[in-house]
Design a protein around this ligand. Structure first.
Ligand code: MEV
Length: 430
């Protein structure tokens, strides 16, 4: 069983960290090798993925610790260039453990494909004609992908919407609901939409125009919740109650104001995207779905919610569309994505979504806790100072000591870090 509680991982060398993580995650050390080799994707492999390839573009890959999702410890790989994100998620996951960790669920992997039908003589009647042939259309859609069908996926339902715009007049939009199992599903659903289009033209007498999935994957939601005992929130000069109420007030700001909600949700996506990218999934699709969902009632608002339970504990929840897969596309083709999925021990797309939404909630908590108390810069600078101390050559206890001195001086630079280290070596008592 994976053990995600590991203390002071940052104090170890890169090589040691990989050994510790492989052991804690119960995977062979070779599994993690792609991350130790410039992101694990060769230029030749990249050449098969996109066009006009010159090489690859690497991002830092860190492991978020302490996560417990539905009672299971998970080590979470995060690909992100921004400092403090991995540490923030890890720290909040540690606090959340006191309340049992994260409890998460995910809907069936149902995607929506859209087929737009133009040039209709009688759009309302054409809409009804499609419904009359629903079973026949679903049967035709089922034949498109026999493999998916065998795995238990395939078409689930069909809805027809009548829309209108001055540029086109009335038109129909057929929604094909398609269970894509453990894939993100864009290819499966797009193929099915393209195949159904001629049949829809024949039924309606209209012209099928766009045939494409919707990234507002609102039938494929993932949700996570956590409870933080109020005493676990106290730190330095702040009582647990102050931190708790500060977090709720920060959330209320986002709930009431789209300007703040955009930043609040960006903090959530710091966590979500980092895992989506690490697993080779399409983060633009997830971003598009998240923000469209956040505006679903006509006004952009927060994806998460924070409150207080009857015992005075802080409670948090996050619910959002999460169209991610564990098979197909880069999840299979990218060696580093395979490493990520193996380390997490997720078998299905739903399990992956449950981990991702938990990380999003943890990340949101990290940002709100900092903003509601000491501000975001202090933690950021002290982490940065620690990284600079390590880069300058500090080891063991020197790291925290040097980081503290850099932070106190307010000069967090490698040249200064090296100078301090040097001065300690020449006069050890300093
Ligand atoms: C920075 O990347 C993310 C935050 O701005 C999120 C927030 O304000 O909630 C700190």
């Amino acid at each position: 069983m994976t053990q995600s509680r590991i203390s002071r991982l940052y104090q170890h060398s890169l090589e040691e960290r990989a050994q510790i993580i492989a052991q804690a995650g119960e995977v062979p050390p070779e599994t993690l090798r792609p991350w130790q080799q410039n992101g694990g994707l060769t230029a030749e492999q990249a050449d098969h993925m996109i066009e006009n390839v010159l090489g690859t573009h690497a991002l830092p890959l860190g492991i978020a610790l302490n996560f417990q999702v539905n009672g299971r410890d998970v080590l979470v790989p995060m690909a992100i260039e921004e400092p403090s994100v991995v540490a923030g998620a890890s720290f909040m996951a540690k606090l959340a453990r006191a309340g049992g960790g994260f409890f998460a669920s995910a809907d069936a992997p149902e995607m929506i494909g859209q087929i737009q039908i133009l040039d209709l003589a009688d759009a309302p009647a054409a809409r009804l004609k499609i419904y009359e042939r629903r079973e026949e259309l679903l049967a035709a859609a089922a034949e498109v992908d026999p493999v998916l069908q065998r795995l238990g996926g395939g078409p689930r339902d069909l809805h027809v919407r009548l829309l209108e715009h001055p540029a086109t007049g009335p038109f129909l939009v057929v929604h094909l609901i398609y269970d894509v199992r453990d894939a993100m599903g864009a290819n499966a659903i797009n193929t099915a939409c393209e195949r159904l289009a001629p049949q829809l033209e024949a039924i309606t007498g209209g012209r099928a125009h766009l045939r494409i999935l919707s990234n507002l994957a609102d039938r494929r939601l993932a949700r996570a919740r956590c409870t933080l005992p109020v005493e676990a929130l106290a730190f330095e000069g702040f009582s647990g109650e102050e931190v708790r109420d500060g977090i709720v007030a920060a959330w209320a700001f986002a709930a009431a104001d789209p300007y703040r909600a955009a930043t609040h949700n960006k903090g959530i996506m710091n966590g979500v995207d980092a895992v989506v990218i690490a697993t080779g999934n399409d983060w633009r699709a997830v971003e598009a779905g998240a923000h469209a969902w956040a505006a679903r009632n006509g006004r952009y608002t927060t994806l998460s919610s924070w409150g207080v339970d009857a015992q005075g504990n802080l409670t948090g929840a996050l619910e959002m569309p999460l169209a991610v897969g564990t098979v197909g596309g880069a999840t299979r083709a990218h060696p580093a994505a395979q490493a990520a999925l193996q380390l997490m021990g997720v078998r299905t797309a739903a399990e992956l979504a449950e981990v991702i939404v938990s990380v999003g909630l943890a990340q949101n908590l990290a940002a709100l806790r900092a903003l509601a108390t000491e501000g975001i810069q202090r933690g950021h600078m002290s982490l940065h100072a620690r990284q600079v101390a390590i880069a300058a050559g500090a080891r063991g206890e020197e790291i925290d000591r040097l980081a503290a001195q850099l932070a106190t001086e307010g000069v967090v630079r490698i040249d200064r870090a090296r100078a301090i280290l040097q001065s300690w070596k020449s006069s050890p008592k300093e």
